[in-house]
Design a protein around this ligand. Structure first.
Ligand code: GDP
Ligand code: MG
Length: 286
């Protein structure tokens, strides 16, 4: 592209286009700057190159700072329950309202911007399973550069599911980009702002996207115990037994199963039997 460019410059430019990451790009740009034509005809190109170099150097510095603050420091909020769900969206999108509807948390809801400056949380009781729902303060462009942005984002990263509330397509994209730019690649439920969906349906939708099952344990001759126990989908009886107590695994004789995974009521099963949502399991010990 450059007129009367040094062969070194052309080499450096090739390196720039072949660069695999920002650091390599920056190095190539340094070389380009060194060998860029300094005559009058090349001035605007040189200026442009300097500007691009500065921008990239800043971007790399921010990335580094971000990594440091998201890996160090203690989390803003402790994990609770069987899973964490993060509600994200721009300001006034109805995040606090949804959090309140899902969990009954007492939080401030007001129609002025940026009401929530810290993470709010509540516990959603789904058929006896406790799930942590948190509300992240309003997402804005380049969120990670804002005060506490990295900490808020790492709370999202530490979730099992994201609910992204949006008003229009542009908002949806902006919030998604902010998550994506920060390597948050979690399952997302897109929730249109102020949509009047039955809250029980929203709870089911959340549960169905969590990759969890709940199972009831029972003792012989007794009713199933409440609350149920949450396990990862695909869990086996040995996971359930281990979850209750180490000794259960050692002393295990067999289990009796009622529910979806049982071929018939009270079916006898061993440690490798795969459980299904809503199963009732009776553990027999030696
Ligand atoms: N019309 C309508 N307004 C709502 C709805 N949900 C919340 N709002 C109002 O929108 C404003 C912002 O709600 P809020 O939940 O605080 O949003 P946040 O900033 O995203 O936490 C408040 O005035 C709410 O009363 C809804 O479903 N319909
Ligand atoms: Mg709020």
């Amino acid at each position: 592209m450059a007129i009367n460019a040094h062969p070194e410059f052309i080499e450096a430019e090739k390196k720039f286009y072949a660069a695999q990451n920002d650091e390599e790009k920056l190095k190539a740009m340094e070389e380009m700057l060194r060998y860029a034509p300094k005559h009058k005809g090349g001035q605007s190109m040189l200026l442009n190159l300097k500007l691009r170099y500065k921008k990239l150097r800043e971007a790399i510095a921010i990335q580094k700072k971000k990594k440091k603050s998201s890996s160090g420091g203690k989390p803003l909020i402790k994990r609770e329950g069987a899973a964490r769900i993060s509600i994200v969206g721009m300001t006034n999108s109805g995040k606090s309202t949804l959090l309140k509807e899902l969990t009954g948390a007492k939080i401030e809801i007001a129609d002025y911007e940026f009401t929530t400056k810290k993470i709010e949380q509540g516990i959603l009781d789904y058929k006896g399973v406790k799930l942590q729902v948190i509300e992240i303060p309003a997402i804005i462009k380049d969120f990670y550069m804002k005060e506490k942005g990295p900490e808020f984002l790492s709370a999202v990263k530490d979730s099992d599911l994201v609910i992204l509330i949006y008003g229009n397509e542009q908002e949806r994209k902006l919030v998604f980009e902010e998550l994506y730019k920060n390597d948050i690649e979690l399952p997302i439920i897109y929730y249109k702002k102020f949509s009047d969906i039955d809250i029980e349906k929203v709870k089911d939708l959340i549960w169905n996207n969590l990759n969890l099952i709940y199972v009831y344990t029972k003792q012989p001759g007794k009713k199933p115990a409440y609350p149920p126990i949450a396990l990862k989908k695909g869990s086996k009886i040995k996971d359930l037994a281990g979850n209750i107590h180490k000794d259960f695994l050692k002393k295990f004789k067999h289990a009796k199963i009622w529910g979806k995974s049982a071929k018939h009521e009270g079916m006898q099963a061993g440690l490798n039997h795969i459980l299904e949502n809503g199963d009732i399991v009776e553990l027999h010990m030696n």
